[in-house]
Ligand binder design. Structure first.
Ligand SMILES: [Mg+2]
Length: 126
C-alpha cells in the first residue's frame, strides 16, 4: 500500500484554502480541499485511506469545525487521522473546546506560511 500523503483543507474562505494548499505542496503533500463541514465529511468517507491530516476551520456556515471534529473523533475508521483547527487569536475558548473534542493541534489565524509548514511537518513527524 502506498504511503498516506494527503491533507484535507477545509475552510469557507477560498483565499485561505488556496494559500494553505500552495504551502503544503511545497512540502510535497497531496491536497484535497473543501469549503464546508458537510463536504469535509463526504471527502473523508471517500478518501480516508489517503488522508493523514485535516486542517479544519472552526467558523464555517452550516456545520462548524467543532461538529466535524466531533464526528471524526467518534469513528474508529478515522482514528489515525490528525486534526488541526484554525483558531482566531481572541477566542481562547476555542482551544478548550477543541481539547475536549480531541483536536491534535491549533494554528492561529493569521499565520505565516513557514509557521504552518513547520507545524504540520512536526505534527506528522516529517
Ligand atoms: Mg471561516
Amino acid at each position: 500500500m502506498a504511503d498516506k500523503n494527503s491533507i484535507l483543507i477545509c475552510d469557507d474562505e477560498p483565499d485561505i484554502v488556496s494559500l494553505v494548499k500552495r504551502f503544503l505542496q511545497l512540502d510535497h503533500f497531496d491536497t484535497l480541499t473543501c469549503s464546508n463541514g458537510k463536504e469535509a465529511l463526504k471527502c473523508l468517507e471517500e478518501s480516508y485511506e489517503e488522508i493523514v491530516l485535516i486542517l479544519l476551520d472552526i467558523m464555517m456556515p452550516g456545520m462548524s469545525g467543532f461538529e466535524v471534529l466531533r464526528t471524526i473523533k467518534s469513528k474508529e475508521t478515522y482514528k489515525d487521522i490528525k486534526v488541526i483547527l484554525f483558531t482566531v487569536k481572541s477566542f481562547k475558548e476555542d482551544k478548550e473546546k477543541g481539547n475536549e473534542l480531541g483536536a491534535d493541534g491549533y494554528i492561529t489565524k493569521p499565520f505565516s506560511g513557514n509557521e504552518l509548514r513547520e507545524y504540520v511537518k512536526k505534527l506528522l513527524n516529517r
